[in-house]
Design a protein around this ligand. Sequence first.
Ligand code: AMP
Length: 113
Amino acid sequence: MADCLFCSIVAGDIPADIVLSNDDVVAFRDIAPQAPVHVLVVPRDHHANVGELASDAPATTATLLQAAQEVAANEGVGDAYRVVFNTGAGAGQTVFHVHAHVIGGRNLEWPPG
Ligand code: AMP
């Protein structure tokens, strides 16, 4: 999709620190990490948010969650990490290409802010 930051990263037009890539998803380090491990996992195809992804491409949704687990394990936090999908501007979503935040490596408070 034109003017989509994460489509541009997936296409290789904007550089990113990619930690995992397969036919369906790409994972790269967040540019402003909120924890020692902070990786974003995105589908290659454009979907605005996780609800749309789940409705439009359930198999890719599962692949994305499997990739999140793989990233967490590879980063050494497979036993304690958080997967976050901010959905909607009111919930903090700023990039409207669905992405799972994989966060770990520090104590994670509950409830989240
Ligand atoms: P959200 O606010 O949930 O939409 O998350 C968007 C995330 O994208 C934020 O955590 C940003 O720090 C991150 N981000 C923005 N631009 C880039 C970039 N060029 N490379 C990696 N992460 C980015």
